[in-house]
Design a protein. Structure first.
Length: 480
RNA sequence: GCUCCCGUCGUCUAGGGGUUAGGACACGAGCUUUUCAAGCUUGUAACACGGGUUCGAUUCCCGUCGGGAGUACCA
């Protein structure tokens, strides 16, 4: 049997990192088994529809390297892939169930339902549909439907018995029918509910494995009942553990960023985010942690997916991002850094930027740090770190620096080694430690006390800039 | 409330009837070093609890507790 899996988000906003992981596991599983990965849009709730959300979803998935084989704009033979375009399909199937006696028309108003619920709650009973329309004679129901009375279609759940199924991740799960509600399948606006739409679409699209979040586990028995009512073969189910906030509740906005594009905007690499999210609930069984998409595909399996929820831990993501940045060459990083520099209005050549990236690569966490954490590569310092100044800028510093400046000015080549030997020989002549020149020089040319190798920094900055900044520092730091 | 799921360092996790319970992030110390990182070495830190089963349970069973999810004409 060929593997066909799907990622089926509702277009209610942006791609959530939890959604990214669900999509990723589906994708990995499909690719590993030479299967098909499908994107299906579950937009059956008109009130929650957000303009542009589908496009955004597709763009973000593509950014992450998760491309679908079938989906909106990429037709296989199972389209359309947007549920709002399949309304007639659901209606037909709901009616089929009515004919079989497995579903029935319900004319209860929302007000009555609300009232019933209230009473049940007050009486300490489980809130559940009371079956008011369950026994309506079919001809009467049909008459009321044709007369245009508002109605929904509900599934008829057996009063007893149980539903048993095997989840690829959780093993055997058993649920008693009697706790299941007569779920609405077709809403009064003619749209299906999730429960009808997934089952119908998963069957029609020949989905072999339903891989989704754990929040669907409790409603899976309803879906299984529907498969049985239709006489369809069951797919395999795999319910993924949830992604959690630091306080262990289901990952949500409010406690941090949840949109994939937020992480992208902050300068996280797609490789890092994918790698990180893959490891939230899965591991290869050994001690390797840094994985490429290809490696994930090669090694992924549901057997190695855990059952417990996983806290989304930014610290670890930061570390992984560093690792992936170090794995990339400066040239590969260039296209990511360039737009950020442009945005700042800084005008530097690609060649220069590559040298900056090379110097900073080992000390940034996110790509944005290439511009945020080292502005001295682009602008002369306007302020000087006070702590560093008081520690390293002594009374005799200006005269020492003046000597160094003279020698630097006369240099014909300004590579790191030359600058270093010049500085060291100057220190020797002055009978002072090299540190007496090194620290002030760093402060003068960068304004701060930390950063890449001083001599390489000087080389990249160039003689002209270094000379200018030393002179600036000597006047500015004198004023205080 | 009810139903279901889950429970190894703070976090992500490996492991599994007998182990010095392993790794990673974070944190501490050291080395390196012109600084900051990185890197290397190293330290602190975990089997939720109570009963069983067993020669022996962290591992298997039951219960308790804890956490989460679901309980809609939302997905």
């Amino acid at each position: 049997m060929s593997v066909r899996v799907r990622f089926a988000p509702s277009p209610t906003g942006y791609l959530h990192v939890g959604g990214l992981r669900t999509a990723l596991y589906n994708f990995l599983f499909a690719k590993k088994h030479g299967g098909t990965f499908i994107l299906r849009i579950e937009d059956t709730d008109q009130s929650r529809k957000v303009e542009g959300a589908v496009e955004n979803l597709i763009t973000t998935l593509h950014w992450a390297g998760i491309d679908f084989d079938e989906g909106p704009g990429k037709d296989g033979n199972y389209g359309p892939y947007i549920q709002s375009q399949r309304l007639h399909v659901y209606k037909k199937h709901a009616e089929q169930l009515i004919e079989k006696g497995k579903a029935y028309y319900c004319f209860c108003t929302p007000e009555r339902l609300e009232e019933v619920r209230k009473q049940q709650l007050a009486a300490g009973v489980d809130p559940k549909y009371d079956g008011h329309c369950r026994t309506l004679p079919p001809d009467e129901a049909a008459r009321r439907v044709t007369s245009g009375e508002p109605h929904v279609i509900r599934m008829r759940v057996p009063d007893n018995g149980e539903v048993k199924f095997t989840d690829l991740i959780r093993g055997e799960v058993v649920i008693q029918n009697k706790i299941l509600d007569d779920q609405v399948l077709l809403k009064s606006d003619g749209f299906p509910t999730y429960h009808l739409a997934v089952v119908v679409d998963d069957h029609l699209m020949e989905i072999s494995h339903v891989v989704r979040g754990e929040e669907w586990l409790p409603s899976t028995p309803k879906h299984i009942l529907l498969y049985q009512y239709f006489g369809w073969e069951l797919p395999q189910f795999a319910h993924l553990p949830l992604l959690l906030n630091p306080d262990k509740s289901k990952l949500s906005k409010r406690q941090g960023d949840v949109a994939v594009e937020d992480y992208r905007a902050k300068g996280y690499l797609k490789e890092a985010l994918v790698n990180f999210v893959a490891f939230l609930g899965w591991n290869p069984g050994d001690e390797r942690e840094i994985f490429s998409m290809q490696e994930l595909i090669a090694e992924f399996s549901f057997e190695r997916v855990g059952k417990a929820g996983a806290v989304f831990n930014i610290e670890k993501l930061n570390w992984m991002n560093q690792q992936h940045i170090k794995l990339r060459s400066a040239n590969e990083l260039l296209p990511l850094v360039k737009p950020l520099v442009k945005e700042k209005g800084w005008n530097v050549s690609d060649e220069y930027l590559v040298r900056v990236i090379d110097l900073m690569k080992e000390r940034v966490v996110v790509v944005n740090d290439f511009v945020e954490a080292c502005s001295y590569f682009y602008l002369d310092p306007v302020t000087y770190d006070e702590q560093a100044r008081s520690k390293n800028w002594k009374a005799d510093t200006p005269s020492h620096l003046a000597q160094l400046l003279d020698k630097l000015k006369s240099l014909t080549s300004f590579d790191a080694a030359t600058v270093e030997s010049t500085l060291r020989s100057t220190a020797e002549t002055l009978h002072i430690g090299a540190g007496k020149l090194i620290h002030p020089l760093r402060l003068a040319i960068s304004g701060v006390s930390h950063g890449p190798s001083l001599f390489h920094m000087a080389e990249v900055l160039g003689k002209e800039t270094v000379v200018r900044r030393i002179e600036q520092a000597m006047t500015k730091l004198h004023e205080n």
